[in-house]
Write a protein that binds this ligand. Structure first.
Ligand SMILES: Cc1cc2nc3c(=O)[nH]c(=O)nc-3n(C[C@H](O)[C@H](O)[C@H](O)COP(=O)(O)OP(=O)(O)OC[C@H]3O[C@@H](n4cnc5c(N)ncnc54)[C@H](O)[C@@H]3O)c2cc1C
Length: 419
């Protein structure tokens, strides 16, 4: 460990949100220590699909989400699944989520997401240009592939909504055009929509390259350092009790992802986050390997082609802090990819993974000062978009901590909205 003994800022959580925040805080001239109970980028920011997708404006709180959740109670194989449990906080979360599943709220959340998605994309471009991070950054868009005519018709509504309300425009491709567009796609598909302004990267390489760059700039990373308690007095955090002793700083940022509610009482602030568990399997590249990152909306599966590998990822399970990886979930990923890909499976060993997406009931992240502790900040609740939103989150946190005029309106993401 290098750097200041009592840094200006301790960032708790070395996921993509903690790393991005450390970047902007350090750029602002502050000394920063990042701590994590595990390893750098080793939790939800590791095995995800790596899409940086300004096209993902529409939140999970959409009309129809409640029906899907109810049906899933009786279908353990559903890609979107709620496993109920006897916990009042869980039912409160579900109730608040259900209340927002309507057209008007969807558009409102979409507008707030768009602001931070667009800013994040600009910041990523700058980051890649200035830092040249070795993370397989690619700007060839994201291809939504539909298997059936019905799927095409239904997805066309989403495409129109995105274009009419948010100015996010896709190019339509007919089924016959697909094998030439990406030879890894089968020839019997109905069609696709290409969102050319999306990008992608390899998440684990981003965390590794970015944290190494920050270490070279004097940021300290402490792995296997778990925050167990927060010492407070007179409306301020005085220190963190950790598995490696007491740590003290001027200010504290909690970027705890799916674990965030565990420190809510200590932070004297409601943090209504449920763990939205997803799975992925990573293997060698199949032949042919897709050239584009792909999404199959009818099966809710994503495909990420990397330089040295190939990943299938999906599922949204509300099952609390569940750490299992049922083999049938991995099998489902392969089965879902089969109707779309000439070769859905690469040879050799496969790496299975799960991650807890930090899900808020209004689909918006939680970014800003905590309402009752003046030197404690939150950057969490990034739902399905933590990779996509990391850079603007980091920039916003640095601006808010430094008392600078924020580059986007922070109000929609304020932790105080849950009081
Ligand atoms: C299958 C799947 C696919 C996805 N695909 C995409 C995608 O394509 N694009 C996209 O934008 N997003 C995607 N996501 C979502 C994205 O992965 C998350 O939103 C993002 O990783 C959240 O980052 P985070 O830093 O908040 O959380 P994490 O990466 O989970 O980091 C939180 C960190 O806090 C640490 N921590 C927790 N408690 C403590 C404690 N008490 N003391 C110390 N440390 C602690 C944890 O160890 C962890 O490292 C996907 C998610 C899944 C599951």
């Amino acid at each position: 460990m290098s750097g200041a003994a009592n840094p200006d800022v301790i960032v708790v959580g070395a996921g993509v949100i903690g790393i991005a925040s450390a970047h902007y805080l350090s750029q602002a001239g502050l000394s920063v220590t990042v701590i994590d109970q595990g390893t750098i980028g080793g939790a939800c920011s590791q095995g995800n699909c790596g899409y940086i997708c300004p096209s993902h404006v529409l939140p999970l709180t959409e009309p129809g989400a409640v029906g899907m959740a109810l049906k899933s109670l009786f279908n353990p194989a559903a890609p979107f699944r709620v496993r109920p449990r006897l916990d009042p906080a869980f039912w409160h979360w579900m109730w608040q989520f259900a209340r927002r599943c309507n057209h008007q709220q969807m558009l409102l959340a979409g507008a707030h997401l768009k602001a931070i998605l667009d800013s994040s994309m600009d910041e990523y471009r700058r980051l890649i240009r200035e830092e040249a991070l070795d993370c397989e950054w690619k700007e060839n868009g994201l291809l939504y592939v539909l298997r059936t005519g019905r799927g095409m018709r239904e997805f066309s509504h989403t495409v129109r909504l995105l274009s009419d309300h948010f100015g996010v425009v896709a190019h339509r491709l007919d089924g016959a055009e697909l094998p030439a567009f990406d030879p890894a796609l089968r020839c019997d598909l109905a069609g696709a929509f290409h969102y050319p302004l999306d990008a992608s990267l390899r998440p684990d390489r981003l965390s590794a390259a970015w944290s190494q760059r920050l270490v070279a700039r004097g940021v300290t990373f402490l792995e296997h350092c778990r925050v167990e308690g927060i010492a407070r007095s007179q409306g301020r955090v005085r220190g963190l009790t950790t598995s490696q002793g007491l740590l003290v700083a001027e200010r504290y940022l909690f970027a705890l992802g799916g674990w965030s509610p565990r420190l809510a009482a200590d932070l004297q602030c409601p943090i209504p986050i449920e763990q939205g568990k997803g799975y992925s399997v990573t293997m060698r590249r199949p032949q042919p390997c897709p050239q584009y990152p792909l999404l199959f909306p009818e099966h809710r599966v994503g495909v990420s082609p990397f330089e040295g590998g190939f990943r299938l990822g999906s599922m949204m399970e509300f099952a609390g802090f569940d750490t299992t990886i049922p083999p049938r979930r991995i099998q489902q990923l392969y089965e879902a990819a089969e109707p779309y890909l000439v070769s859905p499976r690469g040879d050799g060993p496969e790496e299975t993974w799960y991650g807890w997406r930090p899900m808020t009931w209004d689909s918006l992240p939680i970014i800003g000062p905590t309402p009752r502790l003046e030197n404690a900040f939150l950057a969490t609740g990034h739902n399905m978009l933590g990779m996509s939103l990391a850079t603007a989150t980091g920039r916003l946190i640095a601006e808010l901590m430094e008392g600078k005029t924020p580059h986007i309106d922070p109000e929609p993401y304020s932790p105080g909205r849950f009081l």
